[in-house]
Design a protein. Structure first.
Length: 258
């Protein structure tokens, strides 16, 4: 690891991944551990490989809920000519994202949340396990908190520390890549706000989105709504269970293709 930098006044560190790339996160053991977990999810278990394999050589990709940028980096590994818009609402995480994708390829970072209409939203930002930040904290299951506390019983309060941040919301049209006729892949991982994002897509844009990969939280109730929203636009679905999540996690990954 290498440290010495700051984002939002907090020390950061660069962590060398097994493939040799260095990815930056906050300089504490919880954030570094989360980064290694996310790397394994995206690069080792290849959570999104089935979607990336379908892309043309120079695709246009929108990454909603880009977090530290691992999905974007995974796209660029196999499609170095890709054009990516990476959208991340939490200011500190967006700062880390910018550092991680700098020089990696044609990536435009937007520090905002995508929604049905412009405005603002209050998010609960997890300070040390960044990928769990959400605008819907009430939907985090008790089992998740219990599992996290059990993993670090002496440091659970630090592990699960949060702060509320007010972030801008932009309509989906605002994250559409400038001048692009089509989006080859829309990735949505927004910690419970999937329906708000999808409902914010203008009807005129659906025919121009070739495929989506969506992580659906609270899938037992939300998944049917997501599929009902997408089906009229001509998509077919492949539904899978996230490779690294425990069996009791109510989450699914939907690949929607035409």
């Amino acid at each position: 690891m290498r440290g010495g930098a700051e984002v939002e006044g907090r020390p950061t560190t660069g962590v060398r991944m097994p493939d040799g790339r260095v990815v930056e996160t906050y300089d504490n053991r919880f954030s570094v551990g989360e980064l290694r977990y996310l790397y394994d999810e995206v690069f080792v278990h290849d959570e999104y490989g089935h979607a990336i394999d379908l892309l043309p050589e120079a695709p246009v990709v929108v990454d909603l809920g880009a977090n530290l940028g691992l999905f974007t980096l995974r796209v660029l590994r196999d499609r170095p000519r890709a054009r990516v818009v990476a959208v991340e609402p939490v200011p500190g995480t967006a700062g880390l994202l910018r550092r991680n994708v700098a020089g990696a390829g044609d990536v435009h970072v937007i520090a905002a949340a995508a929604g049905a209409e412009p405005g603002e939203i209050t998010m609960t930002a997890f300070r040390n396990v960044l990928a769990n930040s959400t605008s819907r904290p009430q939907e985090k299951p008790d089992e998740w908190f219990a599992r996290m506390r059990a993993s670090q019983p002496e440091n659970a309060d630090e592990l699960l520390a949060t702060e509320e941040v007010t972030v801008p919301v932009v309509a989906f049209e605002a994250v559409w890549p400038a001048g692009a006729q089509r989006v080859d892949l829309l990735k949505v991982d927004v910690e419970g706000a999937e329906l708000e994002v999808l409902r914010g897509v203008d009807e005129s844009l659906w025919p121009r989105i070739d495929r989506l990969v969506i992580e659906v939280q609270n899938a037992s109730t939300r998944l049917p709504e997501v599929l009902d929203l997408l089906a009229p636009h001509g998509y077919r679905f492949t539904i899978s269970f996230p490779a690294m999540m425990p069996d009791d996690e109510d989450c699914r990954v939907v690949l929607a293709t035409r």
